[in-house]
Design a binder for this molecule. Structure first.
Ligand SMILES: Nc1nc(=O)c2c([nH]1)NC[C@@H]1CN(c3ccc(C(=O)N[C@@H](CCC(=O)O)C(=O)O)cc3)C=[N+]21
Length: 297
């Protein structure tokens, strides 16, 4: 079988178009627009890519974008004070503090300082707890949410009873992805660096989500015939004799595409959907804060 390629870029654009329509409806009926604040401390390259695309797309959807770029030397106290200011600011409906943060800042403390109602990353314990309890009002982390949306398109009849393997157990992707798949009634296994015989485990997966951050670790023969493969990895690899770094996923794409029924590419797969879901979470959060019904389909 040769896999169909899941077009995350197109799916993200379609989602952003629906968001723009909802934002203009809200503006017309209620005279406010959702606002998203992004805080970047220091100069992590992955975060810079993210911020670049995000600011543009927030504005294109008709929303307000507030960027706070702070030097790497910013103290924990200063960052917490900024978060508290943003918590109090009614024009800010969503707050995202880019991770990773410099070592001298306690990232968990920063996350726990964000008002859970404005935590559009879905990292606050109130939201992670809500997700695991099946609370429909919990804000869901953007990357796993984007993966779920693409999976739902692949399984019009639902995912109940399917074997899902999530490779990676991070708080940002692996754990919340597993929760979402459990809620879809999949049988979920979370694999990680200590997992024994990872290839054999992956071969049992109807749904395989790779989120480990290791370039092309998942090989073609790990993929079951007809599986749907979601590649969350965004790895910059420097090839010899080439000037520019190339982006590759956690999955060896060409090999895996021979066995998979459908697969996300890198770039153009999960990445664009992550940003679109961030905007979605901001619109949803803004509607809740204003106690108006969100009419997103
Ligand atoms: N609090 C927080 N939340 C995050 O969600 C978060 C973060 N911190 N820190 C950094 C990482 C990274 N991240 C990306 C999202 C989209 C693309 C993206 O759109 N990638 C394009 C490629 C862009 C390119 O060409 O370089 C694609 O995959 O097609 C990349 C990276 C979100 N992150």
């Amino acid at each position: 079988m040769s896999a169909s390629i899941i077009d995350g870029k197109a799916a993200a654009q379609a989602l952003r178009e629906r968001l723009a329509i909802e934002v203009s409806r809200i503006d017309a009926e209620h005279s406010w627009v959702p606002g998203l604040a992004v805080v970047l401390v220091g100069e992590d390259p992955a975060s810079q890519v993210y911020v670049r695309n995000k600011g543009k797309q927030t504005a294109e959807a008709g929303m307000r974008s507030f960027e706070h770029k702070l030097p790497a030397s910013t103290s924990e106290r200063e960052l917490l004070a900024l978060v508290e200011t943003l918590n109090q600011d009614d024009s800010v409906n969503g707050i995202l503090v880019q991770l990773p943060l410099p070592d001298h800042i306690d990232a968990q403390l920063v996350i726990e300082t964000i008002d859970p109602a404005k935590d559009v990353d879905g990292f606050h314990p109130m939201n992670t707890g809500g997700l695991s309890n099946g609370d429909p009002t919990a804000l869901v982390p953007c990357t796993p949410l984007g993966c779920l949306m693409m999976l739902r398109e692949q399984f019009p009849g639902g995912m109940a009873g399917l074997n899902a393997v999530v490779v990676g157990r991070s708080n940002i992707v692996g754990k919340p992805m597993a929760q979402l798949l459990i809620a879809e009634s999949c049988t979920v296994t979370v694999a990680h660096s200590k997992t024994r015989d990872l290839p054999a485990l992956c071969q049992t997966a109807d749904i395989l989500v790779a989120a480990v951050g290791r370039p092309e670790m998942v090989r073609g023969d790990w993929v079951k015939e007809g599986a749907v493969v979601i590649d969350v990895g965004i790895n910059r690899v420097q090839l010899e004799g080439q000037e520019k770094a190339r982006l590759v996923g956690d999955v060896a794409f060409t090999e895996a595409a021979e066995n998979a029924r459908a697969i996300t590419p890198v770039p153009g797969g999960v990445g664009p959907m992550t940003i679109a879901c961030l905007l979605r979470n901001t619109v949803v959060a803004a509607c809740r804060q204003h106690r108006v019904v969100c009419e997103l389909s």
